[in-house]
Design a protein around this ligand. Structure first.
Ligand SMILES: [Zn+2]
Length: 158
């Protein structure tokens, strides 16, 4: 990313999820927006993600089941599009992208992001996917303003 050490405040978890009841990720967003005044929030996934792959398999993974169910929910939301992709790897990669986009939505659903944007016009939320094969970061170019507008119809907290 061409940035100095410490310039990015990072939170990591399995399959870059932003569950609304996860106190860790919610605290990170709160701190980053309200105290660090970050201008950008990036949800960064990666192709060939083991978490997403696990969600695509019919296996009981114990404690991981509720976490991975978030990804199965993303599949259900985009079932038509995903089922239309014949190639298994391409379908897997698309689910990785859709999961990033859904996590972006979950970031935008927070009061912190909505209120800060209303008052200060930041942060802007971005969805990226890292490809371990070529080492490149791919910007999914989500339309933040349109996504915010759509979300506020039902999830408005500002
Ligand atoms: Zn992963």
């Amino acid at each position: 990313m061409g940035l100095e050490a410490g310039e990015v405040f990072v939170h990591r978890n399995i399959a870059n999820l932003v569950p609304t009841i996860d106190l860790n990720v919610m605290s990170v967003i709160n701190y980053a927006v309200r105290h660090l005044n970050v201008k950008h929030i990036i949800v960064c996934g990666h192709y060939n993600c083991g978490g997403v792959k696990a969600a695509l398999t019919s296996t009981d993974l114990g404690l991981l089941n509720p976490w991975l169910r978030n990804i199965r929910d993303v599949y259900r939301l985009h079932e038509k599009e995903l089922d239309a992709i014949a190639d298994e790897k391409a379908r897997f990669n698309r689910l990785v992208e859709l999961n990033v986009i859904e996590s972006c939505r979950n970031v935008i659903k927070t009061a912190e992001v909505q209120q800060s944007y209303q008052e200060r016009q930041f942060p802007i939320v971005h969805g990226w996917v890292f490809d371990l094969q070529d080492g490149l970061l791919r910007d999914l170019e989500i339309d933040f303003h349109e996504m915010l507008r759509e979300i506020k119809k039902i999830y408005n907290l500002a």
